[in-house]
Design a protein around this ligand. Structure first.
Ligand SMILES: N[C@@H](CCC(=O)N[C@@H](CS)C(=O)NCC(=O)O)C(=O)O
Length: 227
């Protein structure tokens, strides 16, 4: 069969999770650096989101679904536990990350990366409004991860692959960086896993370079709005 292709901007935390899943399994892949809503993405994802996967004639979207496919279609270390309770526990945390943690920090992260403001600076009111919930969720993760350094028992699973790219960004943004520094279990969790090959191999550009790219994208979007 053909090589797996991932479509998506590698700086997206969701794209990185899909790439980490491939790295963990040792599956060869190519990345097509597509932005959300690019024609080739819209052809696969009905809402134009990234990542998308192509494998021969098969196409797929949603990072957790992509990881499930990679896990079942290829040999290599399991990303999702086989034992029913552990498998459900893994999906429990993936679901909570996507349905609760992401909405808590999304406005905050968006205003740092894509400040749709005249001066190109993040909106302080948006930051102030999002921080309390983000802090609550980070503290919750600190309590969960504090015992073993994994979401599920003592094993590295897709729940960790879903969380690490998000936490890696949050630790480098000023306000959430301060919160994470105050939660030793989260710092220890990031330190424990940041030497993993899959984490290293999928590292996004350094924050300054990344912000220059995303802020330029934000300016482009604002110009389109005015035009
Ligand atoms: N639940 C989706 C989320 C994907 C997602 O939101 N990707 C962002 C990039 S980080 C995106 O495409 N945003 C464009 C949009 O929401 O319109 C997944 O796990 O793949």
């Amino acid at each position: 069969m053909t090589t797996v292709e991932i479509l998506g901007a590698p700086f997206s935390n969701y794209v990185r999770s899909a790439l980490m899943a491939l790295e963990e399994k040792g599956v060869p892949y190519t990345v097509t650096p597509s932005r959300a809503h690019a024609p080739e993405v819209n052809a696969i994802h009905p809402l134009g989101k990234i990542p998308c996967l192509k494998h021969g004639d098969f196409t797929l979207f949603e990072s957790a679904a992509i990881a499930t496919y990679i896990d079942r279609a290829f040999e290599g270390p399991a990303l999702f536990p086989a034992e029913p309770q552990a498998a459900a526990r893994c999906m429990q945390w993936v679901s909570l990350l996507n349905s609760s943690l992401v909405p808590a920090f999304q406005a905050f992260a968006m205003c740092h990366f894509f400040p749709m403001t005249a001066d190109g600076e993040p909106c302080p009111d948006t930051i102030a409004a999002s921080l309390p919930k983000t802090r609550d969720h980070l503290q919750l993760l600190g309590r969960v991860l504090g015992e073993s350094g994994y979401f599920v028992g003592g094993s590295f699973t897709y729940a960790d692959i879903a969380a690490l790219p998000m936490l890696d960004y949050l630790k480098d943004l000023p306000e959430t960086g301060t919160i994470i520094a105050e939660i030793p279990a989260l710092g220890a969790y990031l330190a424990k896993h940041s030497a993993r090959k899959s984490f290293e191999a999928t590292k996004p550009p350094a924050m300054a370079e990344l912000m220059a790219t995303t802020k330029a994208m934000a300016r482009e979007m604002m110009q389109k709005r005015v035009a």
